[in-house]
Design a binder for this molecule. Structure first.
Ligand SMILES: NC(=O)c1ccc[n+]([C@@H]2O[C@H](COP(=O)([O-])OP(=O)(O)OC[C@H]3O[C@@H](n4cnc5c(N)ncnc54)[C@H](O)[C@@H]3O)[C@@H](O)[C@H]2O)c1
Length: 267
């Protein structure tokens, strides 16, 4: 029996990176998972998105851990796909306990040369996406009179960033949603928190590096500010924080911002 046995966790952006690590960490603790991912290349940004093969191997790995996964392919901009995924999760497991709003994109652009596509994709995926998903999951949390929503913001949801204004705006927006939803949903015993990692060693970081003609390490060093002598944190560090926040150990944490930044925001 794990800490989350019998519970269901709905995770967006689950195919690879942080979402996948969080899905596996919950499964190790006995939770069933609804793994939602667009699982195809989008036109923006030009880096590697998750794939059907990754979702398939995730489902197998979760099964090997003794838990179950419902795989749901869709875009967080697509209400019909989100609704179908939520319905499939409820049909399979009868409940949703935790929502990890994690799917997101990142790319560099300066404001005077930013394209409509860059601006709109960033806001539509990173900010409207979590709203789209929450509005379909929250009715099930309300009905159960319990639940946890964890929003994956970024250190960029608590500070500025060079050539990242569209990303920074989307992530500050997600910080704001966290506070507003915490107020709105507290009467239903639903907690809402956000996490704020520094650079994380994921395909996103690799993709940003490739677009910049740099190595992942060079990209990490360019945006450096970590106090601890590490270029980035690992996905397992994020997973452990998310597990803690979803657990009863964090039962009175709501509306709060949890940094995982190797000290970056200290100075
Ligand atoms: N990597 C970092 O340095 C870092 C740091 C802080 C915060 N974050 C945030 O953490 C989250 C996860 O980042 P990551 O590093 O794991 O990224 P990643 O690019 O490695 O993985 C993101 C996953 O989300 C999926 N996805 C992207 N757009 C989607 C959409 N429109 N609909 C459904 N699925 C979609 C992708 O297919 C992919 O599987 C993002 O919100 C990101 O902004 C990342």
């Amino acid at each position: 029996m794990g800490e989350f046995s019998g519970q269901t966790v709905f995770i967006t952006g689950a195919a690879h990176g942080q979402g996948r690590a969080v899905a596996l960490a919950f499964a190790r603790e006995g939770a069933n998972v609804v793994a939602f991912d667009v699982a195809k290349q989008l036109t923006y940004p030009a880096y590697e998105f998750g794939s059907n093969a990754e979702l398939g191997s995730l489902q197998a790995e979760i099964a090997a851990l003794g838990a179950q996964a419902v795989i749901a392919v869709g875009d967080v901009r697509d209400d019909a796909a989100i609704t179908a995924a939520v319905d499939a999760g409820i049909a399979a497991f009868g409940r949703i306990d935790v929502l990890f709003n994690n799917a997101g994109i990142c790319a560099y652009a300066e404001i005077d040369t930013m394209t409509d596509e860059a601006r709109d994709a960033m806001i539509d995926i990173n900010l409207k996406g979590p709203m789209n998903v929450a509005r379909r999951v929250v009715p099930h949390l309300k009905a159960a009179n319990r639940g946890v929503i964890i929003n994956n913001s970024s250190v960029m949801g608590l500070r500025g960033g060079r050539r990242l204004s569209h990303y920074v705006a989307s992530k500050w927006g997600l910080t704001g949603l966290t506070k507003a939803w915490a107020i709105e949903l507290a009467p239903y015993n639903i907690r809402v928190v956000s996490i704020h990692p520094t650079g994380v060693n994921t395909p996103m970081n690799d993709g940003l590096a490739a677009m910049e003609g740099a190595t992942p390490l060079e990209i990490a060093e360019r945006s450096a500010g970590n106090l601890l002598p590490v270029p980035w944190v690992e996905v397992e560090d994020v997973a452990q924080l998310v597990l803690f926040l979803a657990s009863e150990k964090a039962r009175y944490a709501t509306g709060s911002q949890f940094t995982l930044d190797a000290g970056l925001l200290t100075v």
